[in-house]
Design a protein. Structure first.
Length: 109
């Protein structure tokens, strides 16, 4: 996310994800162990991999940002970024489904 995203008077910034990654990577028990520096600062070819975007805009990243907002290590404005992560995660789930599932967002379109 090179630019900020606005919706419903909320703002999502890549800076929030970058700050969350820096805080989380220093913890003994990480909230998002799959995230690496390649996810946060991708190189030429890794920019085109959808799996990196799916792992960054994930519900676990949103939950981690939410936890850090509650503990005041991230500003409360980062909740807009967490909500965008949830929305993109749900969109990935809806578009990536191929069978019928009891979960609403995992059903085939």
């Amino acid at each position: 996310m090179k630019y900020s995203v606005w919706w419903n008077d909320k703002q999502a910034l890549w800076k929030h994800i970058d700050t969350f990654f820096n805080i989380d990577s220093q913890q003994k028990f990480r909230l998002t162990r799959k995230l690496t520096m390649t996810h946060i600062h991708p190189h030429r070819l890794s920019r085109m991999k959808v799996k990196y975007a799916a792992q960054v805009f994930n519900s676990s990243v949103a939950a981690g940002i939410s936890v850090h907002c509650q503990h005041k290590s991230l500003p409360t404005e980062a909740m807009g970024t967490a909500e965008l992560c949830i929305k993109i995660n749900n969109l990935f789930d809806a578009l990536n489904s191929s069978n019928l599932s009891p979960k609403q967002l995992l059903r085939a379109v």
